[in-house]
Write a protein that binds this ligand. Structure first.
Ligand SMILES: [Zn+2]
Length: 210
């Protein structure tokens, strides 16, 4: 059975060293993430979901996040855009965009996934989408992106709560205060969540992106 892939917040403001809220080391993930996603096929991947942290300059100051972080990921600005080209995903692998107004992709009730290849489509409610994946037999999610100790951590929590086992390739994520190994050991000691140290290593010497 293919896996579900969740690519968390690979946006300019988090990924670029000069972004509004840079995650240390994230810029170096762009090429391997592209390469890894481009290798996924319909046989191993049920769907790819790109999450987008999404804010608006006029409403951000009143948000809870504003007390902790400077304004970032303002919709349609360079800092909001995904540095991973969704076009890298094989054409027969379903591909979605999920915009969220808070770090936790599960917190807001009204989140909708949009088909990246059908901009005019109405979208699918988040919980219905993930429930349908489970009903179709998809049992595992692979989570990549940033930040390991914030939005990636939240993504894992919700996936586990919805019945998915989770795998996190160590080389395809980066944290702010804690790396993924610590996050999994400290926050998910008994959950069906595994760290994958070997993913991408096999092809690292033949990168077309480096
Ligand atoms: Zn944010």
């Amino acid at each position: 059975m293919p896996d579900l892939v969740v690519v968390v917040d690979t946006q300019g403001d988090f990924m670029r060293a000069d972004g509004a809220l840079p995650v240390p080391g994230a810029e170096a993930l762009v090429a391997p993430l592209h390469e890894w996603l481009a290798r996924r096929t319909a046989a191993d991947t049920a769907a790819v979901v790109f999450t987008f942290d999404t804010h608006f300059a006029d409403t951000y100051p009143a948000s809870a996040e504003a007390a902790l972080f400077p304004l970032h990921c303002v919709r349609d600005t360079p800092g909001w855009h995904n540095l991973i080209d969704a076009g890298a995903v094989a054409a027969d692998v379903p591909c979605f965009r999920l915009e969220k107004g808070v770090f936790d992709m599960w917190e807001e009730a009204d989140v909708v996934l949009h088909d990246t290849r059908d901009p005019a489509g109405t979208g699918v409610p988040r919980d219905a989408f993930f429930a349908a994946q489970r009903s179709a037999g998809v049992a595992r999610a692979i989570v990549v992106g940033v930040a390991a100790d914030f939005c990636v951590r939240s993504a894992i929590t919700g996936l586990v709560a919805r019945g998915f086992a989770v795998r996190v390739p160590e080389a395809l994520t980066a944290g702010i205060e804690r790396g993924i190994e610590r996050v999994l050991a400290e926050d998910f000691p008994d959950a069906p969540v595994a760290l994958d140290r070997d993913e991408i290593r096999a092809s690292s010497t033949t990168s077309a992106w480096s």
